[in-house]
Design a protein around this ligand. Sequence first.
Ligand SMILES: Nc1nc2c(c(=O)[nH]1)N[C@H]1C(S)=C(S)[C@@H](COP(=O)(O)O)O[C@H]1N2
Ligand SMILES: [Mo]
Length: 200
Amino acid sequence: MVDDSPTSIHEEFGGDRLPPGQRRTERFPVLSKSGTPTWDMETWEFTVTGAVEDERSYSWAEFTDLPQETQRQDFHCVTGWSRFDNEFTGVTFPTIAEQAGVDDDAEHVVFGSLDGYTTNLPLEECLRDEVLFVVEFDGQPLPSEHGGPLRVVTPHKYAYKGAKWVTSVEFLTEPRRGYWEKRGYSNTANPWAEERFSTL
Ligand SMILES: Nc1nc2c(c(=O)[nH]1)N[C@H]1C(S)=C(S)[C@@H](COP(=O)(O)O)O[C@H]1N2
Ligand SMILES: [Mo]
């Protein structure tokens, strides 16, 4: 079942569906800091660590056994393009958090990827059903250039908050910046406030 309603996220942020300074594209550009990495599905592993009751790791078979849902989401890249109505299927962040049992003092999350990329968000901004660990795009396995086998999407943030080729989630009691957040991009990344660059 496809949930057709999540395009109302912009209303929560008090803006138009197309955030300020963005232009709409029908294409799906690829943005990767260092190309598409390689991996072996036999040894591929997804780990959940840090401020949780149960640190865990999942094989691909274990991960894809988790409950999945399909959502229609918009995608906003900080370089200025937006792509509407992407059909993503995957496991919600709250499902992963619930499985691990997040500690009361956890406040922050860092995602890690096969290409060495990292990105960070406050825990409360991850505990939303539309923060999705995506395994399928338009009903097909997620293409590797777009982060397959597994990526995160964050329709309430610029897309650099969604790690492609994600293999780790670390829960933290203190904030820590990721790859672009250390290099001058906004830590908060709200598209409707045009938070593109860091002001600190
Ligand atoms: N692991 C990883 N994730 C990443 C990136 C990356 O270089 N490596 N680029 C980010 C950026 S800047 C954007 S805009 C989106 C691009 O996703 P796409 O290539 O599917 O359009 O992925 C984000 N996630
Ligand atoms: Mo980006």
